[in-house]
Design a protein around this ligand. Structure first.
Ligand SMILES: Nc1ncnc2c1ncn2[C@@H]1O[C@H](COP(=O)(O)OP(=O)(O)OP(=O)(O)O)[C@@H](O)[C@H]1O
Length: 304
């Protein structure tokens, strides 16, 4: 497998504090890599390091196979774009002027392609409007357009949907999917909004206290998320008696509802419960959410 980014025991210390502690991760080419962790876990620190905004204390990383210590890292970094924390846009400029400014910084010979870029991020109609009048979602999309100006094939987005309204979230999601699928751009997206990430990510890296506790593909994650049967009954005590007798793993949700893990013979359960005058009101299969998996992995305290 070809990797756009790898890190080997990458560490960043601030005095005695280890913001990154021997972090190992691999972002495959073509992936949408969800970089998941609580506030303060070290996500932004990793992003700052790979963008070259800070230097590692120990360990190393490669971008497109080029080591961070090698001279050719500069060329590899040209293939990468990033929106770190808030997008760096000039609010008194229009979207078009912001892009022209970026083109000048990049030393591009002409402004060719700006209209195309604005259309790509869904700002074709707003090119002449000042950025200060943009919604947060439009600003985020302009930030992505600026990051795309250098024609990267790896985009790093730090918490791209933080603070966006539902419509803004959908627009960013669709843009990321389009750029990934139609323009073959690999993404590293840091987020603590797991539900949203699970609609996009092909791979996940779970970071906790500066190191990766699990790296897993979306397919592996789906298999690892426990399937369960959600059941609503008229007599929860009868259900508990049945589940204990069958030695099934379960969780009581309310005084009429429970989640049952593992294989359950529904016919047998229906008959046995009927013998105790317990009616099944509803029953359906559900997957454990990414959020429950994550909490199981790193523990729930101070999770936002
Ligand atoms: N310049 C710095 N000096 C000292 N400590 C720092 C510095 N930058 C970050 N830290 C600490 O390093 C830890 C990791 O910070 P980082 O910003 O990478 O977390 P994060 O996972 O991105 O969380 P958030 O979502 O809150 O930004 C935090 O405890 C933070 O306080």
């Amino acid at each position: 497998m070809e990797y756009v980014l790898t890190t080997q025991a990458l560490s960043k210390h601030y005095g005695h504090f280890k913001a990154l502690d021997h972090l190992n991760m691999k972002v495959p080419k073509g992936a949408i890599y969800g970089f998941v962790g609580k506030n303060g876990a070290g996500k932004t620190t990793l992003i700052r390091l790979i963008c070259g905004l800070q230097s590692p204390s120990e360990g190393e990383y490669t971008l497109y196979g080029k080591k961070n210590t090698s001279k050719s890292l500069h060329d590899a970094r040209r293939r990468m774009g990033a929106v770190v924390e808030t997008p760096s846009i000039y609010l008194n400029m229009t979207a078009e002027e912001n892009l022209k400014h970026q083109y000048i910084i990049l030393g591009k010979p002409s402004f060719e392609g700006i209209d195309e870029l604005l259309n790509l991020v869904g700002l074709g109609h707003a090119g002449r409007k000042k950025a200060k009048n943009f919604s947060l979602g439009m600003r985020q999309r302009l930030g992505i357009a600026i990051a795309l100006a250098g024609d990267p094939d790896f985009l790093v987005l730090d918490e791209p949907i933080n603070g966006l309204d539902p419509q803004g979230i959908i627009e960013i999601r669709e843009l990321i999917l389009k750029l990934n699928q139609e323009h073959q751009i690999t993404f590293l997206i840091s987020s603590h909004i797991l539900d949203e990430l699970s609609r996009l990510a092909t791979h996940y890296g779970f970071i906790e206290k500066g190191h990766i506790v699990r790296e897993i593909s979306a397919e592996e994650l789906e298999a690892a998320c426990r399937k369960c049967m959600h059941i609503e009954v008229s007599d929860i005590r009868a259900l508990i008696r049945f589940l204990d007798k069958e030695k099934l793993d379960y969780k009581i949700i309310s005084d009429t509802q429970a989640d049952i893990y593992g294989h359950t013979d529904i016919t047998d359960m229906t008959v046995k419960l009927a013998e105790e005058d317990c009616k099944i009101i509803t029953i359906n299969e559900k997957d454990e959410s990414l959020e429950s998996y994550y909490i199981r992995l790193v523990g729930g305290e101070d999770y936002e």
